[in-house]
Design a protein. Structure first.
Length: 621
């Protein structure tokens, strides 16, 4: 009680459907007494008088009286409702008459307002605690049966076993296995909300599902949703003995069952149950709580999103007061034009999803797992470029089109056999923007040069082996540049249109995104622990950098500390062209020629190494 240390026990008697409030039942104390309290009697408000609010401060543990506002100083919402902003509490007139109760920091005004004129709490529906517990038990069974552990086995694309794998799903990654919660939406189908990009999906190597009895079954990838961060899977066996709950079936985009008649269901305001299952820490964690819907918002593409008190996370399920599934939280898949912007999840109404997930083209054919030998590659456009500035834009008469040199990439080299060469691009063309199929607005092409040493270019060459040794990292620009990253995130098979300038004339050309041949970073290393080196093929951009007429030989990618190779003077980024005087064609040929030395059957080997047309003999023992 106010001003007292006396405490009475209480319990939740019910939850209001439309008010953000609980109904409590105060219980007698140990001696059987109840608090001496009486109901508030409400009076009408005078539009000109000041309003006083009596509230309890949890921080200061004391009751506060504040002046909120006059009823004339109100605000109009987007929906046209007039309201006063206030915190929770009881509102009084200057004479001490109770005027109303404040819920959720808004007090709607006007005739018939339940909150203002007497706060007609009794007129609002309440879910009794017993009924709520019964529905919660039903939902716990639904979620326990229909939300299953899904394991994505991802291909590791790293050079060193100690390195962390690059692909993760929502947190912890156990080796090359990521876990997520999958919703059973058919006898053998699962819908898995998972924040994987097109590049991430491409590296899925295998999928398995753990059923309720603990048995693990294999599943195959059906497709990724075009508009949301979610994938559809097909299991090799039935997922649930009795099938998923009815509401879950509406989320199966390949099902034939009838669709709901209303296009955008969901309460404009009201109580609902929320459930979420998470496997990001390697084990099942369930969140069971409730929230209230405050209305409907327009999402990223204008799709309806339930406006709730709490922020949502991927895969959260919303059930109405009768236990029917009414919404699923999904994150929109942003187009490349948004760069690294982060999208947020929101509750999409069930009927809206059911309708839209069965429209033609709801799956994106460009987002697919790919074979390992392809998955290590980039979708490379096949150009070298330099960024523009104001002076360069003027020099090439491109100030207007490049916004004074703020956008645009000047082509300095075109690699034969790549899309840029096939559509006829050449040196001195200026790339302006790309239009990606199905992604709306074009993407302006610009590069801030971060992550690369601008002083080292493809026209620069070290004058000595010692200068080569001093180079920090590979001495040529990596191929995972702004263009290849954009195309790789879009996915292979997607149609791309590029806009460019040639001698002041604006032109366009189109091509299909496709995986190119391996570059140095994506090429698989061959390890030779007996010698102490890793080697890779002489890839196309390395051959150009070293000015080699062909790709014969192998490129040293790593030299291990204390190894025979380091003692002999080998260093990374040297090309081994011969072993004991015999020409080396590729890594497989190199392995055959050093097998005896690697195994210790011969005492020494002589390598011919080359850099920029110069050669040196290095003998290893």
């Amino acid at each position: 009680l106010p001003g007292s240390d006396i405490r009475w026990p209480a319990r939740v008697a019910g939850r209001f459907v439309n008010l953000p409030a609980l109904l409590l039942e105060v219980l007698p104390d140990a001696s059987g007494r109840l608090p001496a309290a009486f109901p508030l009697r409400f009076t009408d408000a005078d539009e000109e008088e000041e309003i006083f609010r009596l509230s309890y401060s949890w921080d200061n543990e004391e009751w506060l009286i504040t002046i909120d506002a006059a009823s004339t100083a109100s605000t109009v919402s987007d929906a046209g409702e007039e309201f006063i902003k206030a915190g929770g509490g009881v509102l009084f007139s200057e004479e001490g008459g109770a005027l109303g109760l404040a819920f959720g920091e808004r007090i709607p005004l006007g005739i018939g307002s339940e909150y203002w004129l007497g706060a007609q709490v009794s007129a609002n529906p309440v879910i009794p605690a017993g009924e709520a517990n019964e529905v919660e038990g039903l939902l716990n069974r639904y979620v326990g049966q229909a939300v299953l552990e899904t394991r994505f086995h991802l291909r590791r694309q790293v050079e060193d076993d100690e390195e962390e794998p690059p692909w993760q799903i929502g947190g912890k990654l156990d080796g090359a296995e990521a876990r997520a919660a999958g919703l059973a939406v058919g006898k053998r189908r699962l819908l898995v909300p998972v924040p994987l990009s097109a590049d991430g999906v491409a590296h899925i190597e295998g999928i398995s599902v753990v059923r309720g009895d603990g048995s693990e079954i294999q599943a195959r990838f059906v497709g990724a949703f075009r508009d949301y961060m979610a994938v559809l899977l097909e299991a090799d066996a039935d997922l649930l003995p009795d099938g998923p709950p009815p509401g879950f079936l509406l989320l199966d985009p390949l099902a034939d069952n009838p669709l709901p008649s209303d296009k955008v269901p969901g309460p404009a305001w009201g109580y609902f149950y929320r459930r979420r299952v998470d496997y990001s820490l390697g084990r099942r964690r369930e969140t069971r709580d409730y929230d209230r819907c405050r209305g409907m918002l327009g999402g990223f593409r204008g799709d309806p999103v339930l406006f709730t008190w709490s922020n949502e996370m991927d895969g959260a399920l919303a059930f109405d007061i009768e236990g029917n599934l009414m919404a699923l939280a999904l994150t929109p898949r942003l187009p490349p034009a948004f760069g690294n912007a982060a999208a947020t999840a929101g509750f999409r109404p069930l009927a809206f999803l059911a309708l839209n997930l069965r429209r033609p083209g709801f799956l994106d054919p460009a987002i697919q797992p790919i074979a390992e030998e392809v998955g290590r590659r980039l979708i490379d456009f096949g150009v070298e470029y330099q960024t523009l500035d104001a002076n360069a834009a003027k020099l090439f008469s491109a100030s207007n089109e490049t916004r004074g040199g703020r956008i645009g990439l000047l082509i300095t080299h075109v690699y034969p056999g790549f899309p840029a060469a096939r559509i006829g691009l050449r040196e001195h063309d200026i790339l302006l923007r790309m239009f990606i199929e199905g992604r709306g607005e074009p993407v302006d092409l610009l590069d801030d040069g971060e992550g690369w040493l601008p002083s080292l270019t493809l026209d620069w060459a070290p004058e000595s082996l010692e200068e080569t040794l001093s180079i920090p990292g590979q001495p040529w620009p990596p191929r995972n540049n702004v263009i290849s990253n954009l195309l790789t995130s879009a996915g292979a098979g997607r149609r791309i249109e590029v806009e460019y300038l040639r001698e002041g004339e604006l032109r366009r050309a189109s091509f299909a995104a496709e995986y190119g041949e391996p570059d140095f970073q994506s090429a698989r290393p061959e390890k030779f622990p007996g010698i102490g080196i890793d080697v890779k093929p002489v890839t196309y951009e390395a051959a150009r950098y070293f000015r080699r007429p062909d790709s014969s030989g192998v490129l040293v990618s790593r030299v291990r500390d204390g190894s025979r190779a380091e003692i002999a003077g080998l260093c990374p980024y040297l090309v081994i062209t011969r072993v004991d005087g015999v020409r080396v064609e590729d890594p497989a040929d190199f392995r055959a020629k050093v097998s005896d030395f690697e195994a210790g059957r011969t005492a020494s080997a002589e390598f011919t190494v080359a850099f920029f047309g110069l050669t040196r003999l290095i003998r290893l023992k």
